[in-house]
Write a protein that binds this ligand. Structure first.
Ligand SMILES: Nc1ncnc2c1ncn2[C@@H]1O[C@H](COP(=O)(O)OP(=O)(O)OP(=O)(O)O)[C@@H](O)[C@H]1O
Ligand SMILES: [Mg+2]
Length: 264
């Protein structure tokens, strides 16, 4: 479903601030793969997701999504195929629009229908049922402005929006990190449910090593612009946090440093 070949990225090339952030990344995901990504601060995790979604151009290499070479496609074109959630719950939804308007926009993503997007009764009912599955009581507040929602409610809604039209790929960059523990766990459960139900292909960066082990079918560890560990299936399920720390030290020759991860 996704294939990265020889993908590299250097920021501020040719200046004193030059930094090679991704170095010859090769990665292949099958349809339905749910991959968790961990790594130290500045390892290149967010940059990897940013390159896939087209926020930054590639220096070299190729990105193939569902047999289509998207390496040179602009971000807005990739956004029709790639759903995305960030750490910041403010991103991904329009705060000054109603819940139902946000959903209607997500539903019409990629369509050229101008402003003619009245929501009929049937569609309203569809959103009511969909939002109800979140278990947050938001189905009775469909006309509330999204700006009034809590971070967790907003992130849950963003998740619905990103998957309303089945994306070929779902990118999650520490999307539960800014939420309190109970809400974070709720949003993660929701994430797992939606991914399983739609058999989505997904990459999820997390700073929680336990989650990284328990969630998904494959785990990738990054260090200094490289993938230093890639494990799946049974072997992944049997990992412990200690194993991960050990693997990291073995592959990098350094101690694991990720402030959020260690504090978590
Ligand atoms: N737009 C940019 N311009 C210059 N440098 C950048 C840019 N984006 C990221 N970097 C640098 O690239 C490196 C990797 O950053 P990235 O955000 O990908 O790390 P990360 O693995 O997501 O780390 P964290 O766990 O802290 O989120 C860092 O040194 C960062 O400062
Ligand atoms: Mg990051």
């Amino acid at each position: 479903m996704l294939k990265l070949e020889h993908v590299s990225k250097t920021f501020n090339a040719g200046t004193v601030n030059e930094k090679k952030v991704l170095d010859d990344i090769n990665l292949e995901l099958n349809e339905g793969d749910f991959v968790t990504i961990i790594g130290g601060n500045g390892a290149g995790k967010s940059t990897l997701l940013n390159l896939i979604s087209g926020l930054h151009p590639l220096d070299c290499g190729t990105i193939i999504l569902d047999q289509e070479n998207i390496s040179l496609q602009p971000e807005y074109q990739r956004a029709k195929k790639i759903g995305r959630l960030f750490q910041d719950p403010m991103l991904g939804t329009a705060g000054d629009m109603q819940i139902i308007e946000n959903l209607a926009l997500a539903k019409r993503r990629g369509q050229h229908r101008g402003l003619a997007w009245g929501v009929d009764k049937k569609e309203k009912e569809e959103y009511y049922q969909l939002v109800k599955t979140l278990g947050l009581g938001l189905e009775d507040r469909l006309t509330s402005k999204v700006g009034l929602l809590s971070g967790g409610q907003r992130q849950a809604l963003t998740l619905l929006m990103a998957t309303l039209q089945k994306p070929k790929l779902l990118l999650l960059d520490e999307h539960t990190a800014a939420l309190d523990p109970a809400t974070s766990s709720k949003v993660l459960t929701l994430t797992k449910d939606i991914i399983a139900k739609q058999n989505l292909t997904a990459l999820m960066v997390t700073h929680n090593m336990k989650d990284a082990i328990e969630v998904g079918n494959r785990l990738i560890m990054m260090y200094n612009g490289h993938i230093i560990y890639d494990v799946k299936g049974q072997e992944k399920q049997q990992l412990t946090v200690e194993d991960l720390l050990h693997k990291f030290e073995e592959a990098s020759g350094e101690e694991f440093t990720n402030d959020r991860m260690l504090l978590g």
